[in-house]
Design a protein around this ligand. Structure first.
Ligand code: ADP
Length: 291
């Protein structure tokens, strides 16, 4: 699935960020990429996302040979992957539902298909009660779950996560990791760059260690025994972690979150929200009278 062959990346100022990296990741693998600051982790991700190109060596991802990827093929290339960032990168002017739906719309999905999938994904990440919330009304962990739902919107073969737990609390970090593990068990390849070594130690996954632009270790890390609930402080796992993933519900049972709430006149002096739109006729009248 991912093939780095003797990849070297030197930035124009001469910094050698990666030096002859050779790395192969199979479809269906779960790989943590760890390393100190400056080790080359971001550069590795940038090459993977085709934001940077190698100085020498080759990068292949799925059916795409990145060295010869044409500009017009880049959107198609990125469509096979869902990306999750440390700072969430949600669209702040859109609600939870729209953030996920938008990812589907930009690639041409329409109507009921979007509604079914967004509903399903928000249920999967345990946010079905927050569909109408704006990102700034959510906790960090909730925002990251929206980002994950968005990353999954187009059924990616590959999830790339860049420090996804960097801005969320330890318990939520663990829950997010458990969610990645479940998605991985269903066949999605996961590549996660992280500083959170304690978290990494709790999972018996392949760990690639970068140091000074080279891979210094690559292999499994033994889970440290008795891990699953030790950080949960005795709390039960949230329902969405223990339920089986619900099948996509049949069309008629899917609530339509597209439907706008009935417009109500905003209380005197209150700022109108974007959704409430233009003034109502009776307000226009009042405004005209006031002139
Ligand atoms: P990490 O993500 O592990 O902190 P990076 O890939 O960001 O590491 O950086 C690897 C090395 O490349 C560092 O020495 C960094 O200063 C340098 N570097 C990163 N980006 C650039 C850039 N755009 N121009 C010049 N040097 C860079």
């Amino acid at each position: 699935m991912i093939d780095f062959r003797e990849v070297t990346k030197a930035y124009p100022n001469g910094t050698l960020a990666l030096h002859e990296i050779t790395l192969h990741i199979e479809q269906g693998e779960f790989v943590f990429v760890v390393g100190a600051s400056g080790a080359g982790k971001s550069t590795f991700l940038k090459l993977l996302l085709h934001e940077e190109v190698p100085t020498s060596g080759s990068v292949r991802v799925g059916a795409f040979e990145l060295n010869s990827l044409r500009a017009q093929d880049i959107p198609m290339y990125r469509r096979q992957m869902g990306v999750v960032f440390q700072d969430f990168r949600l669209l702040t002017t859109m609600n939870v539902y729209e953030n996920v739906a938008f990812a589907m719309r930009v690639i041409g999905a329409r109507g009921k298909r979007i509604d079914r999938r967004v509903t399903y994904l928000l249920q999967l990440v345990g946010l079905e009660k927050k569909v109408r919330c704006m990102p700034n009304e959510l906790s960090g962990g909730e925002q990251q779950r929206v980002a994950i739902a968005r990353a999954l919107a187009n059924n990616p073969d590959l999830i790339i996560a860049d420090e996804p737990t960097g801005n969320i609390d330890p318990q939520m970090s663990k829950d997010l990791l458990d969610l990645f593990v479940r998605l991985n068990e269903e066949g999605t390849t996961v590549v996660m760059v992280t500083h959170a070594h304690d978290l990494v130690r709790q999972y018996n996954k392949r760990v690639v260690i970068l140091d000074g632009g080279v891979i210094t270790a690559d292999g499994g890390l033994r889970a440290q025994g008795g891990i699953p609930d030790q950080n949960r402080g005795g709390q039960a796992a949230p329902a969405y972690m223990t339920q089986t993933i619900p099948p996509i519900p049949p069309l008629q049972e899917v609530p339509s979150y597209h439907r706008r709430p009935r417009p109500v006149a905003p209380a005197e002096g209150r700022q109108r929200t974007a959704e409430e739109g233009l003034p109502f006729p009776w307000e226009l009248e009042r405004m005209n009278q006031a002139k």
